[in-house]
Ligand binder design. Structure first.
Ligand SMILES: [Zn+2]
Length: 435
């Protein structure tokens, strides 16, 4: 068999291969490790993977990559980011460092609205230019696919502009993006006295527009094209910030139920500061994921763990705010839940592009093992964005999104922190980053 690429001499090959379905409970501990492994890639897909000596003699590769006894694993999947925005919130960060409270910052015009004002003033091209370096950092730190939300526009024109920018970035830079509509990120200033009026706008006007919106990628395909699909959805998911001061449970239900009717998949920000019942709502509506979960009560943890909804913990957010409360990952996993982790990359609470940092935080502050954290950053993260059939593990037929680490023991991803353990990043079979 011909192959484009053969990666050989792999010390620890983390395949993350396993049973169909997200990894739950004790299964999160199993990374499907093959010692002394090889991986073969053809046309961007994995065509063979396993122990050396098994099959590679029958493979004629165009290129051979010597992993030199180091770790080879799937690319990281970051299933929750707000990576596209304009401006920064350095002033607020310094105010907090000097002891300012959330209310002080709000009164000085800060918070999400600060970023909304700057994002509304930017063009789609400005947003692409300003956000681009964030995706370069993601790639360099091993993220090969990321979910990205709108939500700094908060009106029809500016939400669509954000989705345009996400689509442009998806085509123009190597990190693959999965777009989410988060028109219900905050109540915009012009609706401060009429929050339900804004919910009406989201439900009656924005969602019907966004649910059907598609972009054409490249040239029109011919009927005999092996890979046609020139259209991509502007937003696959609808998300809501269900939180005190943002959207209450009934408003969240109206928005998500309408999005579901329109054929969108669902996500929710729930239980970051106050528990409003958003996690139970996610389970009830069959959401793909429920995210944050810092203050989720035990009965909702049980509901979530017994459901198909993926729990997404965002340890960068409490760390970014310098707060001691993290999502109860141990309780979720021990209850049999499927947990993923994400950066929550955003300018207010977590400007961090690195999933390696999230692994380091998960092990220290959420009492996860290094193996559980790797599972949460790969295969379960793929489940959290409905990409489990394409990415998240190294199995035959999956996209060849592969990392070579600068270590022979994957536990260094958690044990060491702040330095980049990724030596090489391969996206769909092509080397896209090299140390
Ligand atoms: Zn978020």
């Amino acid at each position: 068999m011909r192959a484009d690429l053969l990666i050989e001499n792999v010390g620890q090959l983390l395949t993350l291969a396993g049973p169909a379905g997200p990894r739950r409970g004790p299964a999160m501990q199993d990374l499907g490790i093959v010692e002394d492994g090889v991986v073969a890639v053809k046309q961007g897909r994995i065509v063979a993977v396993g122990k050396r000596g098994g099959f590679e003699g029958s493979i004629t590769p165009d290129n051979v990559l010597d992993a030199k006894g180091r770790v080879v694993m799937p690319g990281f999947v970051d299933p929750h980011t707000h990576a596209v925005w304009a401006g920064d919130r350095r002033d607020e960060f310094e105010m907090r460092a000097r002891g300012a409270t959330y209310m002080d910052i709000m009164r000085s015009g800060g918070g999400i609205m600060n970023t909304v004002r700057k994002t509304r003033l930017a063009s789609a091209d400005d947003l692409v230019r300003e956000s681009w370096p964030r995706f370069s950092y993601m790639l360099a730190y091993g993220t090969t696919t990321a979910e990205v939300k709108s939500g700094y526009g908060l009106d029809m024109e500016n939400e669509l502009k954000m989705l345009d920018a996400i689509a442009l970035l998806n085509v123009e830079q190597p990190v693959e993006l999965v777009p989410t509509f988060l028109g219900a990120h905050a109540i915009p200033e012009e609706f401060a006295d009429d929050p339900d009026g804004y919910v009406d706008l989201v439900v009656d006007e924005m969602l019907p527009e966004v649910a059907d919106l598609v972009y054409r990628i490249g040239e029109e395909s011919r009927p005999d094209d092996p890979m046609p699909a020139p259209y991509v959805k502007a937003a696959e998911f609808c998300d809501v910030f269900c939180e005190e001061g943002a959207f209450d449970l009934e408003q969240s239900r109206r928005i998500l139920a309408r999005a579901k009717e329109l054929g969108m998949k669902l996500k929710i920000h729930s239980d970051e500061f106050r528990s409003l019942g958003g996690t139970a709502l996610a389970v009830e509506l069959g959401a793909t994921s429920a995210d944050h979960l810092v203050v989720t009560p035990p009965e909702e943890i049980a509901l979530l763990a017994a459901s198909d909804t993926i729990a997404v913990a965002l340890p960068g957010t409490p760390f970014g705010l310098g707060k001691p409360e993290y999502a109860p990952a141990r309780a979720i996993i021990d209850a049999g839940g499927a947990l993923a982790i994400a950066t929550d990359l955003n300018p207010g609470t977590s400007w961090c592009e690195s999933m390696q940092m999230m692994i380091a935080l998960s092990v220290r502050y959420m009492r996860m093992t290094p193996a559980e954290a790797v599972t949460a950053a790969t295969i379960n993260a793929a489940w959290a964005i409905d990409r489990e059939d394409q990415i998240g593990s190294l199995e035959i037929g999956k996209q060849a999104d592969i990392l070579i680490l600068d270590t022979d023991d994957y536990r260094d991803l958690a044990y060491r922190y702040g330095t980049n353990m990724v030596a090489q990043v391969i996206k769909a079979g092509e080397v896209m980053f090299e140390e």
